[in-house]
Design a protein around this ligand. Sequence first.
Ligand code: TRP
Ligand code: SF4
Length: 351
Amino acid sequence: MDDGWWRQEEKQTKKKGETTMKQKRILTGDRTTGRLHLGHYAGSLQNRVRLQDEYDTFILLADVQALTTHFEQPELVEKNICEVAIDNLSAGLDPEKVTLVQQSAVPAIAELTVFYSMLVSVNVLRHNPTIKTEAKQYGYDDLTYGFLGYPVSQTADITFCDADAVPVGEDQLPHMELARKIARRFNALYGDGREIIKVPQELISQSPRIAGLDGAAKMGKSANNALYLSDGRETVFAKIKSAVTDPNRIRRTDRGNPEVCTVSQYHKAFNPEEYDEVCASCRSGAVGCAACKERLAERIDALLTPIRERRSYYEAHQDAVRELIAAGSEKAARIGARKMEQVKAAMHLAL
Ligand code: TRP
Ligand code: SF4
């Protein structure tokens, strides 16, 4: 098969009038440990939806990486492959444009992980700030080899398909730096002057980190502090009603301080047009927390309405979603197999 035949295939699916110039490729992904929430939406999904027109977009359903923390719950990880795919599609990713890839279905990712693992020192991984924060968050003091090494495996995720760039939030920056180091090291050792492994860039999304409804610093999939993309209107109103506000504002007539309030942060992220007014009426005491929350809930409900509509379509067509994942994964596996031929030839491991 001649090189790049699948890019041909992609060109044919392009609509009339669209450019046939080779697009740059981006790859990003989600661990399949649970449904996605508004933190994911603000931090990355929204950005992906914008980028899909400009870039050849690969979305990785990271089931293997999910096992680094959820190895005792493989059924949960499996169940969430389709859920996370549906979350991405519901957020507005177009199945005609993006390639959905199940990580475990791409052997090249596992193979590259092994080769890359020779090029990374344990100390570098132990000092990775994101690994440290996450280990603390999960309460690990003795890390598994797989958890400590997930940034190495993530480098394989990114490089098996020659991704040019990776849209990520700030917490993933140490991993991107490592990915570049590994790629450069590989090329220097085995490339003989060629770039066998593409050195990836990051596309940082500037969006703010979304706090949890309980006031925790981060909305987390595992903690019960999240507004899910799949939450219904009543759930949205009930959850926002229970959100933590300025603890010093006890009576309706007290003046509030929006700077210490989770609800005001949500207004900023999801209702930016009214943010200044929300803060002013909080500070003056003109608007009570109940009304302030109702206003936010309406806004978030409006944001979620089209997402829910798409979700109900995809939920009714789960078989088609599964076929989409299977087709995307097969395509990725073929791309990975070709990459492994180059890698093994360069490493003097060819048969
Ligand atoms: N670690 C990423 C996260 O927790 C998910 C992920 C897995 C990823 N593989 C990736 C992100 C490759 C970017 C590229 O959000
Ligand atoms: Fe928070 Fe709004 Fe109450 Fe102010 S009025 S403390 S911003 S919920």
